[in-house]
Write a protein that binds this ligand. Sequence first.
Ligand code: NAP
Length: 307
Amino acid sequence: MSATRIALVGIGKIARDQHVPHIAASPHFELAATVSRSNGIDGVPGFTSIAEMMAAVPDVQAVSICTPPRGRLAIVEEAVAHGLDVMLEKPPAATFSEAQAIVRTVAEAGRVLHVTWHSREAAAVEPARQWLATRTIERVEVNWKEDVRVWHPGQEWIWEPGIGVFDPGINALSVLTQILPRPLLLGAAQLRFPSNRAAPIAADLTFADTQGVPVSVAFDFDQRGPQRWDIDVETDAGHLTLGMGASQMAIDGAPVDVGDEAEYARLYRRFAECLATRTSDTDLTPFAHVADAYLLGRRAVVGAFEE
Ligand code: NAP
């Protein structure tokens, strides 16, 4: 089968760091164009709107949307109006109802939608899911702590209402909801807002699964020193540790070889499968947990954030 001609919409950090190299390496895709307000990729035709692109390069078949979450529905509507299939960076939208509208819009247009969760493609996620499936889980602890100054330098959109520490935190929720055997229910949340920002810099979430197993989650966007993206699961038959964003796994402290295939290589392979079978992958569960955190979260104001 010939490679799908795909365009990237929004040329920022993630488009350049991950999407461009992994499309180039994929046998399933060919980067046909970019759509950007101001940027481009050397050697690739660049346009400022999907309509302009489709007029000039009408054989584009799909778009991969890498803009910040606000405004995604309008981009998706324009894409499907031109008959394009759609891959969406996480988080899928600015609000939960916008994400639902995106799913509905693409389905009604008869196109394929892949709502991606790149951390779910980390190498240890599937081995962890399988290991946990045969054990009794007693408690889960998540520590997802990074320095926003290092990972999102100068990105103003990250402090828009609804984002903040949930931009990385939703990655942890995407892993949790993939590896645990039962749904999670939020019991309580504490959100800490810098006095000069509209989004939280830290959050503590207390979940239980539907059999009452406690799951405690700590997100911090102001982590100095060593960065942590860890999930620990205590079971009746050993302790599972996922480290470095679920790219590493250990059982009772002993490392397990899970390979090292890159998240975005798997993500594009998954989109290729969706296209080949004309099926969409639209799980919004991690985003629902973020919305719940805002519904139940008690808010505290902390010191001002300075870049
Ligand atoms: P970024 O560096 O700020 O780039 C986003 C790009 O989107 C901009 O360069 C801009 O490109 C376009 N854009 C369109 N409307 C915009 C607006 N109102 N404000 C700012 N940019 C706008 O952001 P990013 O880090 O690549 O993140 C983009 C998405 O990828 C987010 O949903 C994020 O959660 C996700 N993501 C990021 C990372 C990461 O490590 N940074 C990792 C995984 C996922 P044009 O000028 O070309 O229009």
